[in-house]
Ligand binder design. Structure first.
Ligand SMILES: [Zn+2]
Length: 243
């Protein structure tokens, strides 16, 4: 069987037979890959926690007829052990993994931008330098943008006129001017729209200076935007306390 190396984040795992697991990976070079880790569920497993969700690993794999087989794994960043100690960061991180899994739909198709966003997002989440919900919201807006659903928080999505605009509609893809507003649009505070724009580009000083009320409102709108673009809601989102 031909061997190859790749770098990956473990998105999820499930049981296979008595002692094995299928590991769903987001890899740097091959996008989403599902691979078998043999003997990983034995207590004496040589894999340890290296193939748990969140793990950022350097892998060697053997190409199989249906699924590839993991033959070596070296830990690059132990995000799993670092996030496991903080409930809020862990649950927010779980939403990131599930989002990456849902947005990268095709197996074996390179998705390097999604890979880099996920690794960068998990790294920031693990350091604790920004609020867990804001790291999550920023990641969600950016990963949706990479997937082709970039929201607009300054120009009206309908006519392109520059804002600030008062109306936000997830189905329209962002803010709307008074003449283009759709029924049922949210009317967030002007400060909230600024927070959303800052989360999208990673302008952390603006996020840190924001009032908790506006962070909360921004978070709810990000959730609505994500839910609109992923036809089913995320299971893991139920565990993130949305204030
Ligand atoms: Zn307009």
């Amino acid at each position: 069987m031909p061997l190859y190396r790749d770098e990956a984040v473990v998105l999820r795992t499930h049981k296979l037979g008595e002692a094995d697991r299928i590991i769903t990976l987001l890899t740097r070079q091959r996008g989403k890959v599902r691979a078998v880790a043999k003997g990983v569920r034995r207590t004496t497993s040589r894999w340890g926690s290296r193939l748990e969700p969140f793990a950022h690993v350097d892998l060697q794999l053997a190409e199989g007829r249906s699924l590839d087989v993991i033959t070596q794994a070296e830990t690059l960043d132990p995000f799993n052990s670092r996030l496991g100690m903080d409930y809020d960061r862990y649950t927010a991180g779980t939403v990131m993994l599930e989002t990456a899994d849902r947005l990268v739909t095709e197996e074996g198709e390179p998705a390097v931008q999604q890979f880099l966003l996920l690794v960068g997002g998990l790294r920031v989440m693990a350091t604790g330098q920004h609020g867990a919900k804001q790291v999550l919201d920023s990641y969600l807006l950016r990963s949706l943008s990479v997937a082709g659903y970039a929201p607009s928080f300054d120009h009206c999505v309908q006519c392109g006129v520059e804002g600030p605009h008062r109306f936000f509609n997830p189905s329209a893809g962002g803010v709307l001017c008074t003449s283009d507003k759709l029924p049922g649009s949210a009317t967030p505070a002007a400060e909230t729209v600024l927070v959303l724009g800052a989360l999208l580009v990673g302008d952390w000083p603006v996020v840190h200076a924001a009032d908790p009320r506006h962070l909360r409102e921004a978070s709810n709108l990000v959730s609505a935007y994500l839910a609109w673009h992923l036809e089913r809601g995320l299971r893991s989102m139920a565990y993130v306390e949305r204030y």
